[in-house]
Design a protein around this ligand. Structure first.
Ligand code: EPU
Length: 352
C-alpha cells in the first residue's frame, strides 16, 4: 500500500501524515466527478481545510480533499447590510480584516481564528462573545450521500456551542461557500473579559474617545497574541478541550468547594459553562503534559507540540488522557476534546 501524499503541511499541530492521495478542489465543477470516482472505487475520504482542528494519524488510508475554492461575491446590499457569498478556501482572518477595512462589521471578535471560511460553520467558531452563526445567513454544500448541491439556511445548520449539522454528520457534507450578512453601521461587542479595556487603550493611544470596530478587532488580535501561540512558532490547534457545560446544581456545588470557579451563563438555558482552561490550570497542569505535548504557559486550554513533525497522535493521546484524568480526579468532570480525531482507516472520532 503506498501513502505517497505528504499532507503534513496541512495540520497546524505539525503531525507527520502520509495519505493515499491529495486532491485540491479549485472548481465546483470538479466536485461531482471527484465523488463519482471515489464512489466507484469505494475509496474513503477525509476533508481537510486549514487543518487547525484535526489530529492526524501517521498514515491515512484515504483520499484527502482540500477545498481550495477561492473568491467572494457581493449578492446584494441595502443601507444597513451587505450580503456576501465567500468561497470555502478563503483564509478566515484575511476575510475578517478586509471586511472591517471596507466598513462591513460583525466579524471583528472572530479575528485571528486560524480557519478557512468553509470550516467556520463546522464547529461554529466562536470567540469573545461572538459565534459565526451570529453573522451567517446560509451555507452552500455538496451532500455526499445524495450527491446533490444544497443551500442550508441558518436554522438548517443546527448551530450549538462548537457544534452544527456538519459536525454531527461528519463526512456527509462538503462545504463550498458561506453567505454572510454583515452590518454597515458600526457594531461593537466588547463585553467579554478585557476586550473593552484593551479597545479603550487602543482608541486613547490614537487620541480618540469613541471606540471603533477596528479598535475592537485590534484588541482581539492583541489579546489572542498574548495568550495563544502562533502555530508557526509553536504548533497547536487552538483550544484543545471544549468548555464543559454542566447543570446549574453541579456548578453551584463546585462553587462551594472552589469559590473562584469561572462560570459563564448559557443563553436560553439553565445550564452553566465552565472554563476548561481554569480547571486545567487549577489542576496544576499549566505548561505541563506528557512531553512533547504540553499545555501552553499562557493558556492551559491550548496543547502545544514541542517536537514538530516528530510527535505522533499517540503522544497527543498520552497528554490528553493525563489532563482528563487529573481534572476528573479534582473536579469530577471529564473534559471532551474539541479537535476531530482522524483514524488510520479514514474514520473520524469526535469523542474520547
Ligand atoms: N483561565 C485560567 N487559566 C488558563 C486559561 C484560562 O485561569 O490557563 C481562565 C481565564 O482567566 C478566564 C477563563 O479561564 O477567566 C476563560 O479563559 P479565556 O477567556 O482565555 O477563554 P477560554 O474559555 O479558555 C474560549 C474559547 C477560545 C476563545 C476564548 C475567547 C473554547 C473551547 N475556547 O476559551 O476559542 O478564543 O474563549 O472567547 O470555547 C478555540 O476554540 O480554539 C479558541 C481559542
Amino acid at each position: 500500500m503506498t501513502f505517497s501524499a505528504d499532507i503534513s503541511p496541512l495540520n497546524t499541530m505539525a503531525l507527520t501524515c502520509h495519505a493515499k492521495e491529495l486532491v485540491c478542489l479549485h472548481s465546483i465543477d470538479d466536485v461531482l466527478p471527484l465523488f463519482e470516482r471515489l464512489n466507484q472505487n469505494n475509496m474513503p475520504f477525509v476533508i481537510v481545510s486549514n487543518g487547525s482542528n484535526i489530529i492526524l494519524p501517521k498514515t491515512l488510508d484515504a483520499t484527502v480533499i482540500s477545498p481550495t475554492l477561492t473568491g467572494q461575491n457581493m449578492l446584494f446590499e441595502d443601507d444597513d447590510f451587505v450580503h456576501l457569498e465567500v468561497m470555502a478556501g478563503e483564509v478566515w482572518h484575511d476575510f475578517v480584516v478586509a471586511s472591517v477595512e471596507k466598513g462591513w462589521y460583525g466579524l471583528e471578535n472572530l479575528a485571528l481564528i486560524p480557519s478557512w471560511v468553509g470550516a467556520s460553520p463546522v464547529q461554529n467558531i466562536g470567540a469573545y462573545g461572538v459565534q459565526v452563526e451570529d453573522v451567517l445567513e446560509s451555507v452552500t454544500a455538496f451532500h455526499i450521500p445524495t450527491m446533490t448541491f444544497q443551500t442550508l439556511s441558518k436554522a438548517d445548520c443546527q448551530f450549538g456551542y462548537r457544534d452544527s449539522i456538519f459536525k454531527q454528520q461528519v463526512g456527509k457534507w462538503l462545504i463550498l461557500s458561506v453567505t454572510f450578512k454583515l452590518h454597515k453601521k458600526p457594531l461593537i461587542n466588547t463585553k467579554y473579559g478585557d476586550v473593552a479595556k484593551t479597545a479603550r487603550e487602543i482608541a486613547t493611544a490614537d487620541n480618540r474617545h469613541i471606540i471603533t470596530p477596528k479598535d475592537t478587532m485590534q484588541a482581539i488580535i492583541q489579546i489572542r497574541q498574548s495568550k495563544i501561540p502562533d502555530v508557526k512558532d509553536l504548533p497547536n490547534c487552538g483550544s484543545f478541550f471544549k468548555n464543559p457545560i454542566v447543570k446549574k446544581a453541579i456548578a453551584t456545588d463546585l462553587k462551594h468547594q472552589f469559590p473562584n470557579l469561572v462560570t459563564f451563563a448559557m443563553p436560553h438555558s439553565d445550564d452553566v459553562k465552565l472554563a476548561a482552561g481554569w480547571l486545567i490550570d487549577q489542576s496544576g497542569l499549566k505548561g505541563k503534559g506528557v512531553f512533547p505535548i504540553l499545555t501552553h504557559i499562557n493558556q492551559a486550554l491550548v496543547l502545544t507540540n514541542h517536537a514538530p513533525f516528530s510527535a505522533s497522535q499517540q503522544d497527543i493521546k498520552n497528554a490528553m488522557q493525563l489532563i482528563q484524568d487529573t481534572v476528573e480526579q479534582k473536579f469530577s468532570i471529564r473534559l471532551e476534546p474539541e479537535p476531530v480525531w482522524i483514524e488510520a482507516d479514514g474514520s473520524i472520532r469526535q469523542t474520547h
